[in-house]
Design a protein around this ligand. Structure first.
Ligand SMILES: Nc1ncnc2c1ncn2[C@@H]1O[C@H](COP(=O)(O)OP(=O)(O)OP(=O)(O)O)[C@@H](O)[C@H]1O
Ligand SMILES: [Mg+2]
Length: 604
């Protein structure tokens, strides 16, 4: 075996594999260069998802011809004036991107500094083929054609133009969110597909992700231990079936980090059903000494010195914002279009879907959809509506509207429909509350408060002693788990003891639950504890367990409530954090505004 030094051309091509994986990564590098060059506006043109052409034109400060030649050499950068790689604030600093791209494609570099003439250099797979003067506006334009045409090994891994285009647009979106002060446009196969003007961060995020974030998003802004978190997240009821709209920026640099996924999951725990995901664009500012950005050639990953501090900041910041949102929910305009509300009862099942949601291909939760049995028995009115139609009438009861409506956000109860929904009159419209969903959330929040108090030395959740202790038979490992958690459960008002190898003795249940199905509760808890393992902090475990317990204690759909009970529920919702959604992320209430009602009757 003989060892040899590789020729520099080969070294560059090997390095290119790390920096340029697909059109989107070349595009990302070029746009970052434009941003680093102080561009105010960046125009991207793509053909066939970037496989045929990736072009980026900017109005930045440009390069003189000598600088252009140098820019195409490996390890040549203008961005590290001294050797302090720790302090870089530019996107680039490795001096690799341009030569790497040029080694695996045909690249045309046009550039002009103000007050000078423009210049063009053409490179074909690493070889300079032509250069000379070129008439240009000030700034830089880079064209990359036939990426990987001559590198079959790489070409094999490229996907369809559609998929490559999706990756390209995602790359632009990330950078456009990071720099709302810069204008961006994208043209694909001759069609304008993205265009954003300079704006502030919230407007930019909404423009790129979802315009409705303006109304259904929560602003986040908090700081802790020298770290700062800003950004926007969606209300839990404004969720998606895919975790694709979640973006993290560290010191304005878009990064892909597992930490974001975990933090979002923790923050939205018990606010979202499994398989539903929030929208998030979060900006973390950390001192440069606390983060290493040079861990990945594409600079899309970072390493935090103290990841748990960052995670804590995100989870804490988001939970605070969500708590503040209180009973806010995605309500109102779901019913705005008359199609959603007609006088025919069988249309009831169409209610919850936003009008037009299906057509526009958007993916929102179906609001009135019932999920797994853990959320309780099926409500009345489910099943084939034609069979159930007759059930509706006898279950409805009403309160005569008399005095003027006091200014409660959720209004005063006027009646109950299908023994499941509370109908209330608010100053500005008609409110419908899902009593089961709402109550489940209230029980959870009550238990949380009580258990927080008990941590602070108070009495914990009140317990209700059983006249005759209940014996529940279970598997030995399940009993072991419950026995191990007996202390925590006692704080939540559930008093249990081991009763032989295969059974537990239940002496008291949490008072907020009322009478409950004790074996069902114990089984669910055992499963929950198995899921959680022992890794979680006590506080987190209590939270999880409270949610499981709360599911068992709700006013079931199908229970007739008195007007006083209904009003008490509404008032409690108004003052309870996170009461706008149940523990599975569905809204607990919806509102039909007066204007919407008028539309239904053709009055407007
Ligand atoms: N659009 C541009 N406008 C002005 N100068 C540019 C532009 N693109 C590249 N340059 C110059 O070319 C140099 C090399 O660019 P290249 O992208 O290869 O490396 P880098 O940005 O310094 O580091 P990295 O490899 O991390 O991106 C830059 O340092 C910069 O001086
Ligand atoms: Mg660069």
């Amino acid at each position: 075996m003989s060892i040899r030094r590789l020729p520099s051309e080969l070294i560059t091509r090997i390095a290119a594999g790390e920096v340029v994986e697909r059109p989107a990564s070349a595009l990302k590098e070029l746009v970052e260069n434009s941003l680093d060059a102080g561009a105010a506006s960046i125009a991207v043109r793509l053909a066939a998802g970037g496989l045929e052409l990736v072009e980026v034109a900017d109005d930045g400060w440009g390069m003189a011809p000598g600088e252009m030649a140098l820019a195409l050499e490996r390890h040549a950068t203008s961005k590290l004036p001294d050797d302090h790689i720790e302090d870089v604030t530019s996107f680039g600093f490795r001096g690799e991107a341009l030569p790497s791209i040029a080694s695996v494609a045909r690249l045309t570099l046009d550039s002009r500094v103000a007050d000078a003439d423009g210049w063009r250099i053409e490179i074909d797979h690493g070889q300079a083929v032509r250069e000379g003067p070129q008439a240009l506006p000030p700034g830089t334009r880079v064209r990359v054609e036939g990426l990987f045409d001559k590198v079959p090994a790489r070409r094999k891994f490229l996907r369809s133009p559609r998929a490559e285009y999706a990756a390209c647009i995602d790359a632009v979106r990330r950078l456009a969110m990071a720099r709302p002060d810069v204008g961006f446009s994208v043209e694909h196969d001759g069609r304008r597909t993205l265009s954003v003007q300079p704006s502030d961060a919230p407007t930019r995020v909404a423009a790129l992700l979802d315009r409705d974030l303006d109304r259904h998003g929560l602003g986040v802004d908090c700081a802790r231990d020298g770290l700062r978190l800003t950004g926007v997240v969606s209300l839990p009821t404004f969720n998606r079936g895919m975790a694709d709209h979640q973006y993290l920026f560290v010191n304005r640099r878009p990064v892909k980090d597992r930490l974001l996924v975990g933090s979002l999951r923790a923050a939205y725990r018990d606010l979202l059903a499994r398989g539903r995901h929030p929208i998030a664009a979060l900006f973390v500012e950390v001192p440069t000494s606390e983060v290493d950005i040079n861990v990945h050639p594409a600079k899309t990953e970072v390493r935090f010195r103290d990841p748990s501090a960052v995670r804590g900041l995100i989870v804490g910041g988001l939970r605070a914002a969500l708590e503040e949102a209180g009973h806010r929910s995605v309500a109102r305009e779901q019913f705005a279009a008359p199609v959603a509300w007609t006088s025919e009862v069988p249309n009831l099942h169409g209610w919850g879907l936003r009008p037009g949601a299906r057509e526009s291909g958007r993916d929102y939760a179906v609001l009135f959809e019932r999920d797994s049995p853990t959320s309780g028995p099926s409500p009345e009115g489910e099943g084939r509506l034609s069979d159930r139609h007759s059930d509706f009438a006898p279950a409805a009861r009403a309160e005569v509207a008399s005095a003027p409506v006091p200014a409660f956000p959720l209004g005063v109860a006027r009646g109950q429909v299908a023994a499941t929904y509370i109908v209330a009159e608010a100053e500005d419209g008609l409110v419908i509350v899902d009593q089961h969903a709402a109550h489940e959330r209230l029980v959870l929040e009550r238990m949380r408060r009580a258990s927080a108090i008990s941590e602070a030395g108070g009495g914990g959740v009140a317990r209700q002693a059983l006249l005759i202790p209940d014996v529940v038979e279970m598997d030995e490992p399940e009993c072991d788990r419950l026995e191990g958690a007996a202390g925590e459960l006692a704080q939540l008002g559930l008093e249990i003891e081991r009763f032989g190898p295969n059974a537990m003795l239940v002496r008291a249940t949490p008072a907020p639950l009322g009478t409950t199905d004790v074996p069902g509760l114990l089984n669910d808890l055992a499963a929950e504890l198995a899921d959680l393992g022992t890794a979680l902090a006590l506080r987190d475990r209590l939270d999880h367990v409270s949610a499981t317990i709360a599911c068992h204690g709700s006013v079931r759909a199908g229970r007739i409530l008195s007007v006083a009970e209904m009003n008490a529920l509404l008032r409690e919702m108004e003052v309870t954090p996170r009461s706008g959604q149940c523990n599975h992320g569905r809204p607990t209430w919806v509102k039909l505004a007066h204007g919407d009602i008028e539309k239904l009757f053709g009055r407007r």
